[in-house]
Design a protein around this ligand. Structure first.
Ligand SMILES: *Cc1c(COP(=O)(O)O)cnc(C)c1O
Length: 330
């Protein structure tokens, strides 16, 4: 698993911590499961986040392909785009970001960082999931450049391998501390994180549940998200030389917490961000980890998760987006 070409970007292992004050605040032992957090907000590349682990493999692949510019796409507050811009800078590559929406007067949060990190930006209105990436790459080729396209969210088998490897890291940390977990909860959107984890977990014989909290606007509908996860997971397994076969029914995705849509901050996210900050000094983000934690808190309150369990919340980062959402969070 550890033989794939990798361009080092992350500070690993990321910490594994206990959220005992949050557990207390929600009702304490006897009512609330043991809560652990895996701090992938601390992966260390330009304010961290889950895309760093994927980018170690994607940038290695870009360099092997002789690229001189990487292209990727996302929403205006894309953490993936910010981390890609930073990774490209570290590798001495140019970076072109294809962002949904329109250029705001004053770039804030991740978008400010995209500029500081030297990325070139093109705006695509309502398309934020990379619909125009191939066209942008073709334009680069006509200019004599060698582009490398990183898909939306870095979610293909190359990038997802980073999360299969991350599971080995988690397993070693749990063994060291004689801990075990029954369930892993993670925000899920372009799928590489959840699919890569599924591969790593199957390879290590994990018998608990990996639960993705779907955060995106559209229902995890077309093409069905579980099919998408299946195809990334199968591709990742074969890249890693693992004889594992996944089917859509292997993936657990909760679609109950979409609220008013992608990146629309509601009471669920606001409470989760504020409670976790006040109880643990831990910053979530308003779009992904805040929604996923809000979902986890709701499931705990509704008794959908037994107090006898140990739950690991995988923090995927994203805090720079807090600075673009002050009105929604106060
Ligand atoms: C991209 C992102 C996710 C979702 O990960 P996917 O691999 O795209 O499913 C979750 N949290 C944060 C903060 C992200 O930036």
């Amino acid at each position: 698993m550890n033989k794939l070409p990798r361009f080092p970007l992350a500070q690993l292992p990321t910490p594994l911590e206990e959220l005992s004050r949050l557990r207390e605040a929600l009702g304490g032992p006897g009512q609330v499961p043991r809560l652990l957090v895996k701090r992938d907000d601390q992966t260390g590349l330009a304010l961290g986040g889950n895309k760093t682990r994927k980018l170690e493999y994607l940038i290695a692949d870009a360099l092997a392909a002789g690229a001189d510019i990487v292209l990727t796409a996302g929403a205006i507050q894309s953490n993936h785009c910010r981390q890609t811009a930073a990774a490209a800078a570290r590798a001495g590559l140019d970076c072109l970001l294809v962002l949904g929406g329109r250029s705001p007067k004053l770039p804030a949060g991740n978008l400010l960082l995209d500029h500081l990190l030297g990325a070139e930006i093109v705006w695509t209105g309502p398309e934020r999931r990379g619909e125009r990436l191939d066209q942008a790459a073709a334009e680069q080729r006509t200019r004599g450049r060698t582009p490398y396209v990183i898909p939306y969210g870095g979610s293909n088998p190359v990038g997802a391998a980073g999360y299969a490897v991350a599971i080995q890291e988690m397993v070693a940390q749990l063994e060291d501390r004689e801990l075990s977990v029954d369930r892993i909860v993670v925000a899920s959107s372009s799928g590489g994180t959840q699919a890569g984890m599924a591969v790593g977990l199957r390879a290590t014989g994990f018998t608990g549940q990996l639960l993705g909290i779907w955060i995106d606007k559209e229902k995890a509908g077309e093409p069905p998200y579980r099919d998408h996860l299946t195809s990334i997971a199968n591709g990742t397994a074969s890249r890693l030389g693992l004889e594992l076969v996944f089917k859509p029914g292997d993936f657990h995705v909760n679609e109950d917490y979409l609220g008013a849509g992608y990146a629309v901050v509601g009471a669920l996210e606001r409470e989760a961000v504020r409670l976790t900050a006040r109880q643990e000094g831990l910053l979530l983000d308003p779009v992904y980890s805040g929604r996923a934690m809000g979902g986890l808190i709701d499931m705990i309150r509704r008794g959908a998760i037994s107090p006898d369990e140990a739950v690991l919340f995988w923090h995927t980062g994203g805090a720079p987006a807090l600075f673009a959402h002050s009105e929604d969070l106060l």
